[in-house]
Design a protein around this ligand. Structure first.
Ligand code: BGC
Length: 267
């Protein structure tokens, strides 16, 4: 019998009731982690993720938090510690898009996206680091703690019509690297996963019709759309001790989307 990769560890995954976050929560639960399933809307979907993780033999709780609110994030970490004793792995996944042409982009849309996608990452990461330092090393991992930010290929690929989103992801990239530089000596491993086009509710219009999918796949050298499980598997590996020397890096899981495929027959 092979032992599970995250046995005995506690993972807190933000935005874990749908899409990529759900894929990560389920993958980590299946590998033995106890999971805090953070959600903001749709409690039924979060409860379903909890039930699936419990059915796979691990444990989970759901917790509603707006990750852009400091007091709520602190309350969520307290609830995690009350339920499971500590947190070993933070997955900063919660994020949203509010798209508009640049000259129509409202301050409200700008702020909402930056607040959730970037400030939410900061608030959760800071609370995680405080918890890692409070409890000290545990025999379950070589690291004091692990932080994985779910950014996007748009941490490097500019994105017209999505300026607030691309700016938030570029911010996540340098926040992650700066934290990694600062916290490496404490054995806190910090990395990002940069997904490409993954089949989730955030980008339904990019894949729901055959025409849309065909257009999308022009941007994907591997010629298939990604699935939440693709990111789940990468996140499990990155959180495990198998990735113990991986630090401060963005792992692109994008079917090659960041390879400038538009240049294949151009330029
Ligand atoms: C966005 C998706 C988009 C993908 C590739 C993601 O970060 O949320 O809407 O399909 O990047 O462009």
């Amino acid at each position: 019998m092979t032992s599970k990769k995250l046995e005995g560890q506690v993972a807190l995954v933000t935005g874990a009731n749908s899409g990529i976050g759900k894929g990560i929560a389920l993958a980590m639960g299946a590998e033995g982690a106890k999971v805090v399933v953070n959600f903001y809307s749709n409690p039924d979907a979060a409860a379903e993720v909890v039930a699936t993780i419990k059915a796979s033999g691990s444990d989970a709780i759901a917790h509603r938090t707006d990750v852009s609110k400091e007091d709520q994030v602190q309350g969520m970490f307290k609830a995690a510690v009350d339920a499971f004793g500590t947190v070993d792995i933070l997955v900063n996944n919660a994020g949203l898009q509010q798209d508009a042409a640049f000259d129509e982009l409202t301050l409200e849309q700008w702020n909402r996206v930056i607040n959730v996608n970037l400030t939410g990452n900061f608030l959760c990461a800071r609370e995680a680091v405080r918890e890692f330092k409070r409890r000290g090393m545990r025999p379950v991992s070589k690291a004091l703690g692990k932080i994985i930010c779910i950014s996007s290929v748009h941490e490097v690929i500019p994105w017209a019509g999505h300026v607030n989103y691309a700016a938030s992801k570029g911010g996540v990239m340098l926040m992650m690297k700066s934290i990694a530089q600062e916290l490496g000596p404490l054995k806190i491993r910090v990395n990002s996963i940069a997904p490409g086009a993954i089949r989730t509710p955030i980008n339904t219009e990019a894949w729901e019709t055959p025409e849309a999918l065909e257009k999308l796949l022009k941007l994907v050298p591997l010629k298939r759309i990604g699935e939440a499980e693709d990111i789940g598997k990468a996140a499990v590996w990155l959180a495990s001790d198998e990735a113990d020397y991986v630090h401060g890096t963005s792992m692109f899981v994008d079917g090659g989307m960041a390879l400038y495929p538009g240049f294949v027959d151009n330029g």
